[in-house]
Design a protein around this ligand. Sequence first.
Ligand code: UFG
Length: 331
Amino acid sequence: MPDTVLVTGGAGFIGSHACKALARAGYLPVCFDNLSTGHAAAVRFGPLVRGDVRDGTAVAAALRAHGAVAVIHFAASAYVGESVTDPAKYYDNNVGGMIGLLQGCRAAGVGRIVLSSSCATYGVPDRLPIDEAAPQRPINPYGRTKLICEQMLCDLGAAEGLSHVSLRYFNAAGADPEGELGERHTPETHLIPLAMRAASGLGGPLAIFGTDYPTPDGTCIRDYIHVSDLARAHVLALARLLGDGGSLALNLGTGRGHSVREVVAAIETVTGRTVPLREQPRRPGDPPELTADPSRAVQALGFRTELSDLPTIVRHAAPWFGLEPRHDTAA
Ligand code: UFG
């Protein structure tokens, strides 16, 4: 019998890729999702339980019904901009969701949790790359809710022996290399999907938010990590918890940064299409540069990215947006 894992938000972008990675590693992922932003069509690797993480009773029932030994918790609202205009939604879904989840786990006697956290918990870093000892000073409600979730896990870990791994993602990107899963947000705000749409002639030109940053080409730099690499890190974090490894927080990134213009150039090279551009003022709240120090994840999990070079990320994302990668760009 495979170990069963409850995956909240398993119908979403990163959650669905994690379910695929779990199934491939021999686990049974049970997707627990209210389908408010996720897609039932992305639930392909185990059963779907429709439910809301704020409902601890429903979480406990799902854990018991499927005999889950651990939880991977993705279900959350994740738009930085929306979190500024509607913070109540973020405290309700993200913090309220964490409370419901923890109540459900306690009721069902499940004490192992992998949390989807974010580099947004660091805010604007004092130095780069960012390591896990960097101060966590989030600059928006989204980041604050994720930090609260991490702190709740630490407090319950100390008081009740819960074991947990918080995974602080940098910029999740790309799509399943086999084309089964991809990135589908409504509304879409992320750079690579919007640039793909612009390249395919849908959605108008890509807005470049800020060309006067203190970076070599004036545009923001981010650390893009392939979603299938991210997914694999969750499997390793789960194995660590099931093997009684201690609780900890880990960055998930590559350590390499790419500017907005470099991302656009990679898309143009890989697809052979032009990305029409429109230079715009800075987007409020965007730090100039964010890159991870990924060394703790290497030490703790043996995790190294394999697909997270920019051409591969773009090559895997392109078909999802109806664009064929050119054959001479295979990475
Ligand atoms: N960008 C553009 N034009 C666009 C969209 C984005 O120029 O149309 C730029 C942004 O200004 C930023 C970069 O592209 O410099 C990446 O932007 P994304 O919106 O794709 O990603 P973010 O770095 O803003 O956000 C990501 C995650 C969040 C997380 C945040 C932490 O999506 O969940 O990192 O900083 F909170």
